[in-house]
Design a protein around this ligand. Structure first.
Ligand code: URA
Length: 438
């Protein structure tokens, strides 16, 4: 078997063997196969696809390239949730304490934002003192004591994915369902939880443009997770507009505190849907008992207190959770409607880009984030507005990126004469037994 034979085989659409896939993934990870040959194989995979068996072998080869976390010492159900990324997606921040209040462990390893998508770790670091780099033993200790903890991904979790992802990013090979599946599932399976809910997004702020392609990706990931022995399901959810009306780092923490205090907005309904499905997947709840437990965690104030407890256990200042007005937010400017009409569409990615221009995201990996900037959306798709109504508040620091951000936001929101069809939060749920449409 030579490297070139394997590339040629995939080029004509043939199925690769497990040995060929392991040979390639290991060779690239340990430096014996160069970037240009891996790039050629990735492009052949993008163009010709992979069977479920090949995708499973690729996932397994990538997950075995590093540590596999063992959570069995926790002695309880450990749940995980993964979003394929988007704008204003701060669901993890509320889900972790809510689920901990429902009696399951949440030991979450999250990522940073890059480009126009926000990252959970950056949002948490906007809380003064919060440590996202706990040692493994301290991480386990916080999970055991509090019920939940969120840290950044450890360096040796699926290192093959880090190298392959970096190459895909610059070779036009991100948008391949088997490659996205292997990338996400190698990390999920390596991080050791027994129950996993995938939140696969579609729309202008997501990797998948439409519900059908999101469904295809979700079905593949659920198939791989099921073969690996996990309790796993996937929700297909809408990312045609920012999920939270607060977008930006400190602002998203404020938005999450609103939800934990009982505010019922789009973010709340999405968090509820993910929580209910995840709790039902554990086998400890039905959807109906999960709903009761979810509601009780919020209405009793226990979930908010649990969030503050997690922040304190990770060396952050819990006062910022109990009194979010402590966050320093930038100076405010308004974007207003230039005519009467209905909000018929939004380019969610451009709202994310606007926040990046303000300094709230990274253009390159080394950029330093300004936690104080961002936007608060005052409208969602379907809302009726009058000329002069506020569409969005923009928070900036010394005018940095302000004009570009306002231009992007203004152009991202389309006003039309006809009320658009209702935008549901969830389109479908994929379980091991099939697809349920909403
Ligand atoms: N998220 C990942 O972790 N990997 C991908 O390939 C796409 C989204």
């Amino acid at each position: 078997m030579t490297v070139i034979d394997i590339i040629e085989k995939k080029k004509i659409g043939k199925e690769l063997t497990k040995e060929e896939i392991y040979f390639f993934v290991n060779g690239f990870t340990y430096g014996t196969i160069p970037d240009y040959q891996m790039s050629a194989l990735l492009m052949a995979i993008l163009l010709n696809g992979m069977t479920d068996r090949e995708t499973f072998d690729m996932t397994e080869a990538m997950l075995r390239s590093g540590d596999v976390v063992d959570m069995s010492a926790l002695g309880g159900t450990v749940v995980d949730k993964h979003s394929t990324g988007g704008i204003g997606d701060s669901t993890t921040l509320a889900l972790a304490p809510i689920l901990a209040c429902c009696g399951v462990y949440v030991a979450k390893m999250s990522g940073r934002g890059l480009g126009f998508t926000g990252g959970t770790i950056d949002k948490l670091e906007s809380i003064p003192g919060f440590d996202t780099a706990l040692s493994e033993s301290e991480f386990f200790d916080v999970v055991k004591r509090v019920g939940c903890a969120v840290i950044g991904q450890t360096a040796n979790l699926a290192p093959a994915d880090k190298k392959i992802y970096a190459l895909r990013d610059v070779t036009g090979t991100v948008n391949s369902i088997p490659l996205i599946c292997a990338s996400i599932m190698s990390k999920k399976l390596a991080s050791g939880s027994d129950t996993i809910l995938l939140d696969v997004k579609y729309g202008s702020g997501a990797f998948m443009p439409d519900p059908q392609s999101a469904l295809e990706l979700a079905s593949k990931m659920v198939a791989i997770g099921t073969i690996a022995g996990k309790r796993i399901g996937a929700l297909i959810t809408d990312m045609q507009q920012p999920l939270s009306d607060h977008v930006g780092n400190s602002l998203e923490i404020i938005g999450i505190v609103d939800v934990l205090r009982g505010k019922k907005n789009r973010l709340y309904y999405e968090i509820r849907e993910v929580a209910l499905r995840l709790l039902a997947l554990t086998g400890k709840y039905t959807l109906a008992t999960a709903e009761e437990a979810f509601q009780n965690a919020i209405d009793s104030g226990k979930a908010l207190a649990k969030f503050a407890e997690m922040v304190e256990a990770q060396h952050g200042d819990p006062d910022y959770i109990l009194h979010p007005e402590l966050f320093e937010i930038g100076a405010q400017e308004l974007v207003v409607a230039e005519k009467d009409g209905y909000v018929t569409a939004m380019v969610a990615a451009d709202i994310g880009r606007a926040v990046t221009y303000l300094g709230g995201g990274r253009m390159t990996k080394s950029d330093v984030i300004d936690f104080s900037v961002g936007v608060i959306m005052h409208v969602a798709i379907g809302d009726k507005v009058r000329k002069g109504d506020v569409l969005c508040e923009v928070f900036h620091n010394d005018g940095r990126g302000l004009q570009e951000a306002k231009r992007l936001i203004r152009n991202a929101i389309t006003l039309g004469d006809e009320k658009p069809a209702e935008h549901k939060i969830a389109y479908a749920y994929v379980g091991k037994d099939g697809v349920e449409l909403y």
